[in-house]
Design a protein around this ligand. Structure first.
Ligand SMILES: Cc1cc2nc3c(=O)[nH]c(=O)nc-3n(C[C@H](O)[C@H](O)[C@H](O)COP(=O)(O)OP(=O)(O)OC[C@H]3O[C@@H](n4cnc5c(N)ncnc54)[C@H](O)[C@@H]3O)c2cc1C
Length: 556
């Protein structure tokens, strides 16, 4: 933990050195002692310390300084660090000025120069001041801080990225500055820069204006570039299926890289509670599952590139080559596609405009806390919508589940239906679909089409989370990998037509169970045609695929 700071200011360098020396010798173990030879320089320093979220315990300033005297400096410093104790150093001749400063300018104490011996004339009084300061001191947050507004899509995207990549951060909603003096002080120190949201402040004092995930990924050490350009096994997609393949592949000696566009964990990482995964009788959150899997994969030496996106693949003899969004390439012997599915878009006026500003696709784990005391709409009748409703019900005043059909029985697991029935602040609105989202810069209401009465009802809403099924996004594989008419990848027996192997297939064997029409290119998890859309089945397929990969590699 960073030590709180004792800052002294004196334009006389001999006096400054002497006071720094005395402060350090008594308080150096607990505090960081910093000196400045000008009030202007010291104020700049205080602003930097505020941006870094440091704590200042004491401001000690000489009264007689050019351009700005000690009292003036302490008053300015107090605006930035109001909790710091403030003391003046004065010559005997200035005693009366110092006494009136104590009364008029909220100065805590004054010391006469010279203060020798400090044990008599400096330390006892400073001990008192610092004891007083310690009594109300609360250590500040030491990680990344993100300043923004709740209704900004860019801020939402960034927070979601940090949360899903398990990067700890503190969120500062600048709209609350009117009621939070500390936020107001931080905005004052940032000045015009505070308009370039989201502003990301790092503990080393650096900042990013209009921060985007890729820049922050670099800064916090997430790896986006491969260490080498050849691997035994490359995996595209870091959901449960990709992570399982990575763990099994690397643990069995394959040099393995995993490429993930957003954050390891995939769709499962957005689940607030997975109740049916074997070995976790009380359930676990998707975030927790992802974190554990990433640690396990890294322990076996898997290289994880995230955020990084695969945009095309091609084959050159025994090599499978992946082109990444930054134009770099990775080549490998065996390639496994585990890119899952993405949420289907809801087609209604206003939805696209307000996405990230009250309208969200999927989990919304980042947003759950912000919905405290509000009415939240969840669109969809499957398990994912049910889980989200249960999660929001912990914070929101009321959760309304908008379901197109006449109930949940045919689309949701019984255990979730029972949980929803037992949660008084969840209301299920059946025969209901979203006709329009209203609001200019943020969601303010929605129009709900009621199919049983054929009426449209407009209701106020702050947040709406959409879970209406998902489709694979595999266009980038077109022309190389065979897919069904919805974009799911065909593997194994699904590729055989009337006993014939797929077109262009050159090997003297049929494609393996999870192999595509390209030898050595495998597909697992939700992206695969005919897959069971569950965490356990994705994990199972990812693990089993590694056995086929070994068989394939033994003949390359
Ligand atoms: C809210 C919610 C709750 C759920 N609850 C449960 C539950 O309780 N129990 C259960 O068994 N299942 C549950 N599921 C389903 C389960 O999460 C999925 O079946 C599972 O995540 C599928 O795993 P996957 O690895 O195949 O794909 P995904 O988890 O979808 O992962 C695919 C990954 O590939 C990445 N990707 C996509 N394209 C590219 C590219 N071009 N380059 C690089 N990376 C790419 C994506 O960013 C994503 O991270 C839930 C799903 C959701 C959304």
């Amino acid at each position: 933990m960073a030590k709180p700071i004792l800052l002294s200011v004196d334009d006389d360098s001999d006096v400054l050195r002497a006071i720094e020396r005395d402060l350090r010798s008594r308080y150096g173990a607990e505090f960081r002692v910093i000196g400045s030879d000008s009030p202007a320089g010291a104020l700049d320093l205080l602003k930097q310390l505020k941006v870094r979220n440091d704590s200042v315990a004491l401001l000690l300033a000489d009264q007689r300084m050019p351009r700005m005297n000690g009292v003036e400096f302490l008053q300015e410093g107090m605006r930035i660090f109001p909790d710091a104790k403030r003391a003046l150093l004065t010559a005997y001749a200035d005693t009366s000025a110092a006494i009136s400063a104590i009364n008029e300018a909220n100065i805590n104490y004054f010391f006469l120069k010279p203060w020798d011996p400090p044990a008599d004339h400096l330390y006892p009084q400073l001990d008192d001041l610092l004891d007083d300061w310690r009594a109300s001191y609360r250590p500040t947050f030491e990680g990344i801080r993100v300043l923004g507004t709740r209704w900004s899509p860019r801020c939402y995207e960034l927070r979601d990225f940090l949360a899903r990549n398990h990067v700890p951060y503190q969120w500062i909603d600048i709209e609350l500055s009117a009621t939070d003096p500390e936020t107001k002080r931080l905005l004052d120190v940032l000045g015009p820069e505070a308009a370039s949201l989201p502003v990301v402040l790092f503990p080393d004092g650096t900042k990013l204006l209009e921060g985007v995930p890729a820049e922050i990924a670099q800064k916090v050490g997430l790896r986006t570039r491969a260490q080498t350009n050849f691997y035994d096994l490359a995996i595209i997609g870091g959901g449960p299926a990709g992570l399982a393949a990575a763990v099994y592949g690397a643990s069995e000696g394959l040099k393995t890289v995993m490429i993930e566009r957003e954050a390891p964990g995939g769709q499962a990482g957005m689940s607030s509670r997975i109740e049916n995964y074997l070995g976790f009788p009380t359930g676990l959150s998707g975030g927790d599952l992802a974190r554990r899997a990433v640690v396990q994969a890294q322990r076996f030496g898997v290289e994880i590139l995230s955020p990084q996106e695969a945009v095309s693949i091609r084959t050159e003899g025994p090599y499978r080559i992946i082109k990444l969004v930054d134009n770099s390439e990775i080549s490998c012997h065996a390639l496994l596609v585990a890119t899952g599915v993405q949420w289907r878009r809801l087609e209604a006026p206003g939805i696209d405009k307000l996405q990230g500003a009250g309208v969200y696709y999927g989990g919304g784990t980042t947003e759950a806390l912000s919905c405290r005391g509000e009415i939240v709409y969840v669109v969809g009748g499957a398990n994912s919508a049910g889980q989200a409703a249960m999660n929001f019900a912990k914070y929101a005043e009321k959760v309304v589940l908008l379901v197109r059909g006449d109930g949940l029985a045919s689309t949701m697991s019984q255990y979730l239906i029972e949980q929803i029935e037992q949660t008084p602040n969840i209301q299920v609105w059946t025969h209901a679909g979203v006709a329009e989202a209203h609001g200019d810069t943020r969601l303010e209401g929605i129009s709900v089409r009621c199919s049983d009465t054929d009426k449209i009802e407009r209701v106020p809403a702050n947040a709406m989370f959409i879970f209406i099924g998902a489709l694979p996004r595999t266009d980038w594989l077109a022309g190389v990998v065979e897919r069904d008419d919805r974009g799911f990848i065909l593997t194994g027996p699904d590729l055989m037509r009337s006993g014939e192997r797929p077109k262009g297939w050159t090997l003297e064997r049929d494609p393996f169970l999870l192999e595509t029409n390209v030898p050595g290119l495998f597909a697992v998890g939700d992206v695969r045609h005919g897959s069971v859309k569950r965490v356990a089945s994705g994990v199972g397929e990812g693990s089993v695929a590694v056995q086929f990969i070994h068989q394939y590699l033994s003949k390359v």
